[in-house]
Write a protein that binds this ligand. Structure first.
Ligand code: PRX
Length: 653
């Protein structure tokens, strides 16, 4: 783990303009400055008050927090059901006809799903799961495109107290198999496929492939999305069509009350090893954290149309398309496809058509829109927008200002939200109407959250200093562990700085106390807001017979934030070529998924290593960035970097 002095940081902080809240916005804002103080005075009391006010309990909790560092239990003794909290109570409160999702298929087909529809569909799906032998505590893997049955499937699991693990549809069958096996899933819910850039993209064949090596799965439930546009096989007895089994179920399925700490879901994410970690989130604290931040950070109002343009396969979709918004009875947009299909104004058309008030997306998307030009948003009426959000990677001031001007009409507040799969909820963010923003800074910790920046010894750095981002007290939506591996949980997050959660990010705090996220300081890359491990990509490369050794680093990229740069040593007898580079890229796509394909791949005769044999990625990053080399004194063979530098074997996709 190295804390690099990144030259781009100075550029990032060079933007000096600040954006105070508009008084008219502040006057109507959900969040008030006093929240910080209230939460600081008694953070447990703060969360306890919110938990009682905001959640519907079958049984009240007796203890707000049991903190046995690093293991937290929140709202101990309480019982509740998430599906009830996200659906039924809203129907009971007269919101049955309120739209939960405006769903838009990529080809242009639409569905409107009210809270009453959701109650019916989730109940039927839950009854179908029961018929397939699923009950409280079982694990269910979900591998689906962005169609309404995806949140319905998640909520059906939650209704029964089954634990879901959603696998992003862009992951390969091998990646899916690994997650199914680690989770011990009994059932897979999938679809024949979905629409992507105007073409059918099949999913079911990847499930078939994955299930060859997953003994725990008894049944597969398949939604028909592509119909005649897909050519899939159904395995007798194992595979069931959703419309055949779900449609005939009763609409009545009582929600099962579960403990506050009952496992709600696992979500696999890349760490610093080849094996993704199953991040465990539980019930009450997670729902409270997701719901409360959703209402405060986005200033959600009852009549708002809210759009989080992430995929539900990532944590952003879990917390801010499904659980947070539904806990708040929000009306959300769900869009199946890509922003460029059929043209680069698809999002702006959707915002105009549905009068979207809140948009939440990743800087990568904003930079891609910038590249296409402002004529696309300019052709649409975006005046309905009131709040804009950013998530997943640092947003550069240029993209922030473009977002502000061309999407937000130089008027709407922007919330740059920092958080992680592990944190479950937004932890560092401006509060719209309260916080004066600075483009490129995620500003301050959310009320009740104790974020700090520390040096290598765990000492807080003074204002103006840089270091490691840590969290110094538990929060309700925090991960409860890594599935099946408590030691890894302790070592990964709580081992670096005793008593503190180490996020893996570098951060700087400026003279005014604003936090500036500097990116990962470990072997994790962030490509288009997708989190990938260098070691995972390396082991996928080495898995190919042609490869002897590989080293992967993230290279700065003007659109995707980072791109993957792979240095590859071939086995004897193999010769590097464009063709072989293509074969290796495809191999990585097969092992992990297309998002993990190295954009740059360079065949090299050797790699820079320390005398103890450790690859010096820092030097490889210097080579990838084309900048002067850092310290080479610890290299076993200092000549090797020059050899790499003068190398012509670089290929680019
Ligand atoms: O490096 C940080 C970056 O994304 C990482 C978490 O990735 P993931 O678990 O996939 O969750 C992404 C969506 C919540 C963090 O460790 N990151 C996330 N948001 C920001 C960010 N970096 C800078 N600014 C952000 N707003």
């Amino acid at each position: 783990m190295e804390l690099e002095q990144r030259p781009e940081i100075e550029a990032l902080m060079a933007e000096r303009r600040t954006f105070p809240p508009d008084p008219a916005f502040a006057a109507q804002a959900n969040a008030q400055a006093g929240l910080y103080e209230e939460a600081e005075r008694d953070f447990e009391g703060f969360w306890a008050r919110l938990a009682r006010e905001r959640l519907a309990w079958d049984q009240d909790f007796h203890t707000t927090l049991e903190w046995n560092l690093p293991f937290a239990k929140w709202f101990v003794g309480g019982k509740l059901n998430i599906a009830y909290n996200c659906i039924d109570r809203h129907v009971e409160n007269g919101l049955g006809d309120k739209v939960a999702y405006h769903w838009i298929g990529e080809p242009g087909d639409t569905r409107t799903i009210t809270y009453r529809d959701l109650q019916r569909e989730v109940s039927k799906a839950a009854n179908a799961l029961k018929e397939l032998g699923i009950g409280t505590g079982d694990r269910v893997a979900i591998y689906m495109p962005m169609i309404p049955e995806l949140p319905i499937a998640m909520l059906a699991c939650a209704r029964l107290g089954a634990t879901h693990t959603v696998v992003f549809g862009g992951f390969s069958s091998e990646a899916l198999a690994g997650r199914i096996t680690d989770a011990g899933a009994k059932l897979v819910i999938t679809a024949d496929g979905g629409w992507r850039r105007g073409k059918p993209a099949e999913l079911k064949p990847a499930v078939d492939h994955a299930l060859r090596e997953t003994p725990t799965v008894d049944n597969v439930l398949v939604v028909r999305r592509l119909g005649e546009h897909a050519n899939i096989e159904m395995v007798p007895k194992r595979d069931h069509w959703w419309h055949e089994i779900v449609d005939r179920q009763s609409e009545d399925c009582p929600p099962v009350p579960v403990d506050s700490e009952h496992p709600l879901y696992l979500l696999y994410t890349s760490g610093t090893t080849a094996k993704p970690k199953g991040i465990l989130h539980t019930t009450a604290g997670y729902l409270l954290g997701a719901g409360y931040t959703h209402e405060m950070v986005f200033d959600l109002k009852p009549d708002d149309v809210y759009w989080c343009a992430a995929d539900i396969g990532w944590v952003t979709g879990h917390s801010y398309i499904v659980y947070g918004p539904l806990a708040n009875a929000a009306t959300g947009i769900m869009y199946e496809g890509t922003p460029d299909s059929p043209t680069w104004d698809r999002w702006w058309q959707i915002i105009e058509d549905y009068k979207v008030n809140i948009l939440y997306c990743a800087p990568t998307a904003i930079r891609a829109f910038m590249k296409q030009g402002e004529q696309y948003p300019a052709a649409h009426d975006l005046t309905s927008l009131r709040v804009l959000g950013s998530v997943g990677e640092p947003i550069n001031p240029e993209a922030w200002l473009w977002y502000h001007e061309h999407i937000g009409n130089s008027r709407t507040p922007i919330v740059d939200t920092w958080w992680q799969t592990e944190t479950g909820m937004i932890l560092i963010t401006p509060l719209p109407g309260v916080t004066t923003t600075k483009p490129g800074s995620a500003t301050f910790a959310f009320p009740g959250i104790a974020a700090d920046v520390v040096d290598a010894n765990g000492e807080a750095v003074p204002l103006g200093g840089g270091g490691y981002l840590v969290l110094k007290r538990p929060w309700p939506a925090m991960l409860r562990g890594i599935w099946g591996d408590p030691d890894r949980y302790r070592a990964t997050y709580w081992g670096r700085f005793p008593g503190m959660y180490f996020a893996g990010d570098g951060a700087k705090r400026d003279a005014d106390g604003y936090l500036w996220l500097l990116g990962r300081v470990d072997d994790v890359m962030n490509v288009s807001g997708h989190r990938l491990s260098t070691i995972e990509v390396e082991s996928a490369l080495v898995d190919n017979r042609a490869v002897a050794e590989a080293a992967v680093v993230g290279k700065n990229d003007p659109i995707t934030g980072q791109s993957i740069f792979a240095f590859v040593i071939l086995r004897g007898g193999q010769v590097g070529s464009e063709d072989l580079a293509r074969v290796l890229r495809d191999h990585v796509a097969r092992v992990i998924g297309p998002i993990a394909k190295p954009k740059y791949l360079m065949f090299v005769p050797d790699l820079p290593k320390t005398r103890s044999g450790k690859i010096m990625r820092r030097l490889l990053r210097d080579v990838a960035e084309g900048r002067p080399l850092g310290d080479v004194t610890t290299l076993a063979d200092a000549g090797v970097v020059d050899v790499i530098r003068s190398n012509t074997g670089k290929t680019e996709e």
